[in-house]
Design a protein around this ligand. Sequence first.
Ligand SMILES: [Zn+2]
Length: 209
Amino acid sequence: MATLKRGSRGAEVKTLQGKLNLMADGIFGPLTEEAVKEFQKRKGLKADGVVGSQTWAALGVVPSGRKVDEIILHYTATPEGEEFSNAQIKQSHLARGFSDIGYHYVIGLNGEVRPGRAEAIAGAHCKGHNTRSIGVCYVGGCPKRTTPNWRDIGKDTRTAAQRATLEKLVKELLKRYPGATVHGHYEFDNKPCPGFNVKTWLTQVGIKQ
Ligand SMILES: [Zn+2]
């Protein structure tokens, strides 16, 4: 993570603001600076409002240097056509005892990428594979609510926008983690997640493994 201070902008500022429970607008302004100083004071750090390695570590966003060699795809297991926010996902993950939202990225119905955990931090999305992987999740994956036992059925409910974003995001991640392999959660656990055959999809979008 970069050193951030007043005037900084971008995704890492959003991560910082999320950690401090501020509105994540990605702009390090006076309110963010104030919250950083408060946090530093509370943690016994030098309250200078500058977010360097010690403050990142105190926030639980340590640059781990972990080696990522897998990208694992998921669904939210929610009904087709219904939006599900990162706050809702986080709430359900906290209820399961995770420290934060388990995924690194969530793709909303409109194709928007919503960051979850920082990539430097291991996720909580696939038992036995968390330390070595990035978890990507799209909203949906089950049939409509009117379907009996919809919760038990995996279905490829990806919208056209979600398909396009998933392809773009996975290709970006593969550039960042060359040689990583892409998997469906079903390969490692007895569930239909993410509701489609990942190998077939990889061939369709021209990703060779
Ligand atoms: Zn899954």
